[in-house]
Design a protein around this ligand. Sequence first.
Ligand SMILES: NC(=O)c1ccc[n+]([C@@H]2O[C@H](COP(=O)([O-])OP(=O)(O)OC[C@H]3O[C@@H](n4cnc5c(N)ncnc54)[C@H](O)[C@@H]3O)[C@@H](O)[C@H]2O)c1
Length: 339
Amino acid sequence: MEKHWKLLFLSNDDVISLGSQNMQEALEDIEETFSLLDKGEAFSPAKAAMGFGKTLQDEATMGRINALPGYVGGRFQMAGLKWMGSNPGNLEQGLPVACALTVLNDPVSKFPIAAMDGSTISATRTGAVSGVAAKYLAKKNCKTLLLIGAGYQNTTQLEAIYLSCPTLEHIYIVDLIEERAQSFAATMGEKLQISLTPLTDVRKCDRVPDITVTATNSNSPVIPCDMVQPGCLHISVGGCDHPDLYQKADKIVVDNWQHVYHRGLGSLVEAVNAGKLDPETIYCQEFGKIVNGKLPGRETDQEIIYFDPVGMGCEDVAVASRVYRRALEAQKGQWFQLF
Ligand SMILES: NC(=O)c1ccc[n+]([C@@H]2O[C@H](COP(=O)([O-])OP(=O)(O)OC[C@H]3O[C@@H](n4cnc5c(N)ncnc54)[C@H](O)[C@@H]3O)[C@@H](O)[C@H]2O)c1
């Protein structure tokens, strides 16, 4: 008997209409993925990062293409890969900074079953990781959020953190480029029906933030250490942190230390390589332990917690598997016969 194998292709419009940007669902997907990681029912090999330029830091200006594989069991039962290219210079050409293709593989045959635009999935899952982190690591009743970098990533950071911390009242968005800060404040303010204060100088933030998020493409520190005060959750999504900021933290939490170290970027890795930080003193090396209650998250309103999520392929696979199953139900997308 002759056997055939088909692959489903989903465009950016398809994945959006199928819920790739549904943050509430993504928060549930990501929380469960961390739980499964801790139970050994999900895994991700470290990402292969193909940076352009001569040093790791050159990527911030010259771009990169990264491969992030992963498998998630539980209700997801899916394997796959995010293959993501990003280049800051794209903005000048009227293109987004980053674009991803997510490929899903059947965990039984291991064959590819779908290829889809992965850009919205990637940004949504990155926001959701911080949203889940805020649930376990932010102060209860937190009021002030300071976001630095008015790019795409901080839109989903805001959405996810706001869902996890609905008591937030004061939200600041800082960008070196005034129009970006203003446009972010206007667009996200309308989307979430909240008021945001746009700033070009982080020092102009006139409240003590309960949560700070850095998501920039900067090679130099974007937040002064003294702005992170007792009680703060600092989330280091991308860009550069002050090299001493982590030292203020009562607890350092990472999504997965092996992945963070393998990636080779960020102040924690630099401190370990310089012999200033013993990795054994990192309070939580696998965030799933906090999600599963094996380690306490925040214990007092005074703790400073430094959270560094490097991102893992299984997070993309979890969200993409939901989109794929909905596509089958809704009969969306285009089929291609592989053989
Ligand atoms: N951890 C993860 O899982 C993960 C996933 C995706 C992206 N990222 C990282 O998130 C970061 C942001 O991505 P993006 O797509 O939003 O980038 P982007 O280029 O769209 O936006 C970055 C913004 O930061 C601003 N900026 C640069 N230096 C600044 C400074 N000193 N102060 C204030 N603003 C400054 C820029 O003007 C720009 O508007 C990148 O570093 C990316 O690698 C992390």
